[in-house]
Design a protein around this ligand. Structure first.
Ligand SMILES: O=C(CO)[C@@H](O)[C@H](O)COP(=O)(O)O
Ligand SMILES: [Fe+2]
Length: 226
C-alpha cells in the first residue's frame, strides 16, 4: 500500500480576486496540494482560467505547493506544454475529452508532469486499461462545477478501482467535506479535493485535519484487514 492521505483544496471556491494569498492560506492551514480547476466553457459549461493565471500563481506562491491541474477542457492535448511551462506539477485530463489517451499520457510525462486521468460520473470501466500508466485516477462525484451535492453512487466505482489497483492514487472531487469524506475514504479514495467545505469554513485548518484523519484511518483499517 504505497499511497497516503492527501487533501487538496479546490481554490475555485475562494475569493478569486485574491487567489495568490488564498493558495498560501490553504497551504498554511495544512493542505497537501492545491487543486486548480480549468474549465473552457465547452467541455463543461463554465469558464475559469488558463496557463497565464497558473504562471502568475506559481510566481506568487513559490516552488513548493503541488499544483494538480484539473483540465475540464476539450482538446486537452493543446495545453500540456503551456501548463508545464507555467509551473503545473500534475496534468489531470478527462478521458472523455480525448481519442488518444496513450499519446497524451506520453506527452504529459515527457513534459515533466505527473499524469492524472479523470472520469465524469457517466464513465466507468473505461479508465482501467490506463490505470497502470498514470499517477492518479480522479473519480468525479459531481457533474461540471463547484458547490454541488456529492454523488454517493460513484462510490462503487472507487471501491472497484481500489480493489483492482491497490497502489494507485485515487482522488475524488465534488461535494466532498466532513459529511461525505468517510464514504470516500471507506471506498478507497486517498486524495480528497474539497472546495466549498474547506474554503467556505471559518476554520479550514480543522476541516483539512478532519478530512485527513478520516482517510488515514480508512487506509490503516484496510491494511489491517489484508
Ligand atoms: O472540479 C470541480 C467541479 O467540477 C471541483 O474541483 C469543485 O470545484 C469542487 O468544489 P466542491 O464541490 O468541493 O465545492
Ligand atoms: Fe476539480
Amino acid at each position: 500500500m504505497a499511497y497516503n492521505a492527501k487533501i487538496g483544496p479546490s481554490i475555485l471556491s475562494s475569493d478569486l480576486s485574491c487567489l495568490g494569498s488564498e493558495c498560501v492560506r490553504m497551504m498554511e492551514c495544512g493542505a497537501d496540494y492545491l487543486h486548480l480547476d480549468v474549465m473552457d466553457g465547452h467541455f463543461v459549461p463554465n469558464i475559469t482560467f488558463g496557463h497565464p493565471m497558473v504562471e502568475c500563481l506559481r510566481k506568487s506562491v513559490g516552488q513548493d505547493p503541488f499544483f494538480d491541474m484539473h483540465m475540464m477542457v476539450s482538446r486537452p492535448e493543446q495545453w500540456v506544454k503551456p501548463m508545464a511551462a507555467a509551473g503545473a506539477n500534475q496534468y489531470t485530463f478527462h478521458l472523455e475529452a480525448t481519442t488518444n489517451p496513450g499519446n497524451l499520457i506520453k506527452d504529459i510525462k515527457e513534459s515533466g508532469m505527473k499524469v492524472g486521468l479523470a472520469i465524469k460520473p457517466g464513465t466507468t470501466e473505461e479508465l482501467a486499461p490506463w490505470a497502470n500508466h498514470i499517477d492518479m485516477a480522479l473519480v468525479m462525484t459531481v457533474e461540471g462545477f463547484g458547490g454541488q451535492k456529492f454523488m454517493e453512487d460513484m462510490m462503487p466505482k472507487v471501491s472497484w478501482l481500489r480493489s483492482q489497483f491497490p497502489s494507485l492514487d485515487i482522488e475524488v472531487d465534488g461535494g466532498v467535506g466532513p459529511d461525505t469524506v468517510h464514504k470516500c475514504a471507506e471506498a478507497g479514495a486517498n486524495m480528497i479535493v474539497s472546495g466549498s467545505a474547506v474554503i467556505g469554513s471559518d476554520d479550514p485548518r480543522s476541516v483539512i485535519a478532519l478530512l485527513r484523519t478520516a482517510v488515514a484511518e480508512a487506509i490503516q483499517k484496510r491494511s489491517l484487514d489484508r
